[in-house]
Ligand binder design. Sequence first.
Ligand code: ADP
Ligand code: MG
Length: 298
Amino acid sequence: ATPTALLAGTGRGARMGVLIRGPEALERAHRIDTVVMDKTGTVTTGRMSVAGMLDSSGQTMDDESAAQLLAVGAALEAGSEHPIGRAVVEDARRAGLGVPPVTGFEALAGAGVRAEMEGYTCLAGNPALMHDAGIDIPEALGEALEEAASQGRTVVMVAASGQLLGALLVADTVRDTSAAAISRLRRAGVRTVLLTGDNEGAARHVAAQVGIDEVHADVRPADKLSVIEDLQGQGRRVAMIGDGVNDAAALAGADLGVSMGSGTDVAIAASDITLTRGDLGLAVDALGLSRATLRTIH
Ligand code: ADP
Ligand code: MG
């Protein structure tokens, strides 16, 4: 009877928009007491846009300098598959800006991008990337960036040949279904955790908006799995929800991996459950389905 009920459960899941990879996944889902979520593209839509620009002293730029900075940013990000990079390229295109050619493009996971432009080595990425490259961030700019981060902005700093040109402030939007899904989890006694490579300010801003209990920010892609393992080491049964290549190891290492259907192929392949719509409520439905199915068995 057990396998039959589980199979019926996975069938019911499919009709709800939750693709469950096999009966064991449904079985494992009913023990979950902690749900860890990626931020960008999971709790948020991941459709980002440039909401502002600052010069290297933290001042708002005039239109001409802002257009130049956006064009350089777009040139460096042209080869990027990251939602941040795509947003910068798309905004430059919409503004009708000419984007200079680059060579030697390199994506730096969890940090930004590097490319050569007119013979200069250029970088676009987070403050940690600038720090690693030995580029100083003037105090006034640092303060302005902290302020932007606390309002939920992701910071993309642009530098050429070791000189800071300025920073793009990138905005994302929380999915309108996220807060309701997270409050259902909390009512069911499930601990909620945000796990992101983005800055602390942006992470806390999103967590507060949707009511997430615990935040791990500035986590490099290689360290996302360690956060899952730490929680497991505390005796927690952990589900991970994510969409990116950088979430794949955490999805595979969690007791239950849940991917967004809009996510990367790598994330989908590493997960036990895929949500066919970008709605975290479907993940909560899946946990509920699993509990109901297992109840009929026991
Ligand atoms: P997340 O966990 O939010 O999916 P990632 O690990 O992909 O984040 O990236 C972490 C951080 O690295 C981003 O918030 C951003 O600051 C920086 N970053 C990554 N890729 C890029 C890029 N192409 N351009 C600029 N910044 C980037
Ligand atoms: Mg993501």
